[in-house]
Design a protein around this ligand. Structure first.
Ligand code: AMP
Ligand code: GLY
Length: 436
């Protein structure tokens, strides 16, 4: 019987998952709170529902006779959607609620690393009391990072010495009323992501990716969910050695050993410091945008990984194309502080594919949060769509991504043209050279 795969979530990351699964001989079904036109075109059926409502997801999974479910975003994991699906007899590729705490509870995550003596954990302390946290800022020798323990969409963290002064940090703690805070040592270096496919105690890692969280060019402005990202044709990035990439992979392996029954994606966000990689955070899912770098170069069918995971067979060794990727998000003008919705999206998968014709690479488009109306696709107040260039070098992939963005025009949109350009990549290399 053909597998019936249910994909949960409707962002750019999930469009990339859908594209990977559509290449296999499976029946694809999708559900999300927003109708993603890219996923809807690839799936046999698309249902709009609240994905943080486990009962609603299970009901739909039963309707479509799902044999496997893939949970894209963190919110359904936190809501216990994987647990509910498993309870209903549907294998869910995504950790259960308790395991997802590795992402959803940063205090748990740090204590877990400490308890299992996992390499790469920064010096940290957790606080329930605001004034005790503020006193710790006063007495600590060095800059601290203030992290609310719960999910904040990447926007709750404040870095003293970078985004805020110690006084501003304390004011933030007093104003914001979080239950639990993690205060930890500020790490200096370059950030990167390694995503791992995990099941039955086995780990298969993907090439490293670097995301760009700041809204504006030159890494200025407020933090966002991620404005774009790149990966190289090798597993490492230009500013790191193969040995440093391997060190990150072994931290993930140590973590998976300690987690035991974990299944799904384990996303390690690392800071490459002068002393090697340290863990900034773990996520219990693919990154968005990073999935859009990784899945298009994954040559092993994603479906084969899913069925092996479910059937408790050894996970296939993964093969990745030796291609660099550059992903750039188009977001509504004014994002993230004052986003203006309602701009027409002037590109689609086909026109972006054509933009790469004549080059040796490929161009892909992934929809994120858009409004699919009768007369066209319009932006909302969240990230709109991403273009991805794939080529032999980062520089060539970047040109393809830029050509695709040019087709889309700038009206009502904002994008970071600097992502993947030689200047910015060189700055990362120089930064690491200075630190080493
Ligand atoms: P998180 O939500 O944990 O990913 O944090 C958001 C951003 O804050 C990260 O991408 C980093 O840029 C920054 N950050 C988090 N923890 C640290 C740390 N210990 N040192 C320096 N920067 C950090
Ligand atoms: N790109 C950051 C994230 O997915 O959390």
């Amino acid at each position: 019987m053909r597998e019936h795969v249910l994909l949960i979530g409707g962002g750019g990351r999930e469009h990339a998952i859908a594209r990977s699964l559509a290449a296999s001989d499976a029946e694809l079904y999708a559900c999300a709170s927003n109708r993603n036109p890219g996923i809807a075109r690839l799936a046999s059926r698309f249902e709009t529902l609240e994905t943080t409502d486990p009962e609603a997801v299970v009901e739909y999974a039963e309707t479509v006779q799902a044999t496997i479910a893939v949970v894209g975003p963190e919110a359904p994991l936190e809501a216990g959607v994987s647990d509910a699906l498993e309870h209903a007899g549907v294998y869910a590729f995504g950790p259960n609620q308790a395991e997802a705490r590795i992402e959803t509870d940063k205090a748990f995550q740090r204590r877990f690393m400490q308890a299992h003596d996992i390499t790469g954990c920064p010096d940290f302390k957790t606080f329930e009391d605001e004034e005790a946290a503020c006193a710790y800022i006063d007495e600590y020798d060095g800059d601290l990072v203030i992290k609310p323990a719960g999910l904040t969409g990447g926007k709750g963290v404040k870095v003293i010495g970078d985004q805020v002064t110690p006084e501003e940090g304390k004011a933030y703690i007093r104003e914001s009323d979080y239950d639990t805070l993690v205060l930890e040592e500020r790490l200096i270096g370059e950030e990167f992501t390694v995503q791992a496919f995990v099941a039955n105690g086995e780990v298969r890692t993907a090439p490293a990716v670097q995301d760009h969280k700041r809204a504006y060019e030159g890494d200025e402005g407020p933090n966002t969910g991620g404005m774009g990202s790149y990966s190289d044709a090798t597993r490492a990035l230009p500013f790191m050695t193969e040995a440093e990439y391997d060190a990150a992979v072994s931290i993930i392996e140590e973590t998976v050993d300690a987690l035991e029954g974990y299944k799904g994606i384990l996303y390690g966000q690392f800071m490459l410091t002068a002393e090697g990689p340290k863990v900034i955070e773990y996520n219990a899912r693919f990154g968005d945008p990073e999935a859009m770098n990784t899945l298009p170069v994954l040559e092993t069918p994603f479906l084969d990984i899913l069925t092996a995971a479910r059937d408790r067979k050894p996970l296939p060794e993964l093969s990745f194309a030796d291609r660099a990727t550059v992903c750039k998000y188009a977001v509504p003008a004014g994002y993230p502080t004052d986003p203006e919705a309602g701009a027409l999206v002037r590109v689609d998968e086909e026109s972006v594919g054509e933009a790469a014709e004549g080059s040796s690479g490929d161009g892909l488009l992934f929809y994120a949060s858009v409004d699919d109306r009768e007369d066209g696709i319009y932006t909302t107040t969240s990230r709109s769509f991403a273009v991805v260039g794939l080529a032999d070098t980062i520089a060539d992939a970047e040109v393809i991504a830029e050509n695709a963005l040019e087709l889309a025009g700038e009206e009502g949109l904002h994008m970071r043209h600097d992502i993947g350009k030689a200047d910015l990549v060189q700055r990362r290399i120089d930064h690491m050279d200075e630190l080493r």
